[in-house]
Ligand binder design. Sequence first.
Ligand SMILES: Cc1cc2nc3c(=O)[nH]c(=O)nc-3n(C[C@H](O)[C@H](O)[C@H](O)COP(=O)(O)OP(=O)(O)OC[C@H]3O[C@@H](n4cnc5c(N)ncnc54)[C@H](O)[C@@H]3O)c2cc1C
Ligand code: SF4
Length: 560
Amino acid sequence: MADDAPQRESMEYDLVIVGGGPAGLSAAIRFKQLANEKGEDLSVVVLEKGGEIGAHILSGIVLDPKALDELLPDWRNNSDCPLKTEVKIDRYKLLGENGSAELGWLPFPPLMSNHGCYAGSLANVCRWLGREAEALGVEIYPGFAASEVVYDAEGVVRGVVAGVMGIGADGQKKADYEPGMELLGKYVLFAEGARGSLTKQIMNQFNLQADCDPQKFGIGLKEVWSVPEEIFVDGLVQHSFGWPVRDKDGNGGGFLYHFRDNGEPFVSVGYVVHLNYKNPYLAPYQEFQRYKHHPDIRRYLEGGKRVAYGARAITSGGLQSIPKLSFPGGALIGCCAGFVNLPRIKGTHNAMKTGMLGAESVFAALQAGRSGDEMTEYDDAMHSSWVQKDLSTVRNMKPLMSRFGTLIGAMIGVPDMWLRSLMGFGFLPTLKHGKTDAASLKPAKDCKKIAYPKPDGVLSFDKLTNVSFTNTYHGEDQPVHLIVKDMALQKSSEHDVYDGPSARYCPAGVYEWIGEGADLKFQINAQNCIHCKTCDIKDPNQNINWTVPEGGGGPAYPNM
Ligand SMILES: Cc1cc2nc3c(=O)[nH]c(=O)nc-3n(C[C@H](O)[C@H](O)[C@H](O)COP(=O)(O)OP(=O)(O)OC[C@H]3O[C@@H](n4cnc5c(N)ncnc54)[C@H](O)[C@@H]3O)c2cc1C
Ligand code: SF4
């Protein structure tokens, strides 16, 4: 060890889990269930960068309860479980600027139905899962950001460093400096969600994406509205495609879910813009604000009040983009590997199930006296589970929509989906994704500027006002966690060629080009960052690296 390397205490566990979302918590619960059934005292810790479990969780959410039924079969009778709204009305619409068409005539296969699913807040579901996990004996450390992977001399993943605090913006140690701890495990499961910062390193270290297509993403922007009973429609779930994003610029779609939280009526309204959009002038945040003004959306918001706002990347590559999951010492579970079924806009059931499969593999390996090796049996278990089937059926929808636009893509994709769900094979081969989302932007000179309407302050809001509804906080005196690798490249390309798309794709107003000529400066308002990860995905040169700030910083989402 170098003389100036931080001296850290370490703690040893049987299993270390990085990330307290649905995947990480399901893994922890399943692991403890198995250990308790066998009467074995096995230890598991969950590390979460949010100030509490749920603080950084943003989802729709309409939950397919398939995995939850397997994990905690009695959940419907558990009064503490916040999922109380069963889907009763399920609508699909194609939006035009002033009107809409019901897509009920499009004969979607049964897998697209939301009946039997539940609407609610995933942040609150995670808070409840956290309580269930702790009751089983899981240790949970919120406010603990895992910032480094610990490898042994053979290159096996042994654990992570978490809880580093008290480094100033100048990189120097402050009076409250804490070197953090090494949390070491016989196995480590990474459950960081879409575009995990340590997952990215692990994927490179072990070349886990060698045999798959690049992962694809969307940015999902969402508000929660408290609405009066008169406009609330219990159990209404509405998905829409098309407007306001135009096919020549990119693809997108919206959702509107009515649910009760503690008996109060709420509407979740959100819009997902696929991050393979081409026009650097497209602004996902503004598209979302515009979307709420559509007659079919505004009628469910007028008279209500926006109580929360947030944004988060969502994976959308599906089956073709799933990397190798296991590596020496651990595995990837949940959306850090990407398990979202895009046409259903659902990933939580698959995140939970892969967490459970990961935990089962760890438990079996420990029972066999193994540790720190590669659990390829987990890869096999995932590929023979219902997760594989769920993703296999819809595998061509995303590539078709990217190539032919939303409507035509869906019209070609739906028959393929039908055939695959009935026969297990489609009339198309598995289509490839091609390039990364970062490579899809066109130079600004080849694109038209987009004029967005001003927010009215009633249905639509300016970005910074909305950011205040994320309850985001970061200690001011800490290093900027958004690392621009080459500032000269940022100027010559991001600014000069693409006209600064970061100011438009960032949903929190973090990036700005200020000044002119020799005084031109790339300003990073890191304290506003809501951890959506879009900059890490969409910067055209992959020149921005999102790293974890001090634990406990970031948004504090209430019921996202
Ligand atoms: C707008 C939107 C709408 C969606 N709608 C639906 C829907 O209706 N139905 C559905 O089923 N799915 C939906 N999804 C997808 C669903 O949210 C994901 O599939 C699911 O959240 C993935 O769970 P996860 O546990 O893998 O990751 P996440 O939910 O992202 O959780 C990861 C956790 O790990 C923590 N973490 C990350 N890195 C670190 C670190 N280094 N150290 C410590 N902690 C860390 C994060 O803070 C977070 O709490 C939607 C997603 C979005 C963005
Ligand atoms: S800085 Fe990056 S991760 Fe943070 S809010 Fe903006 S786009 Fe998202």
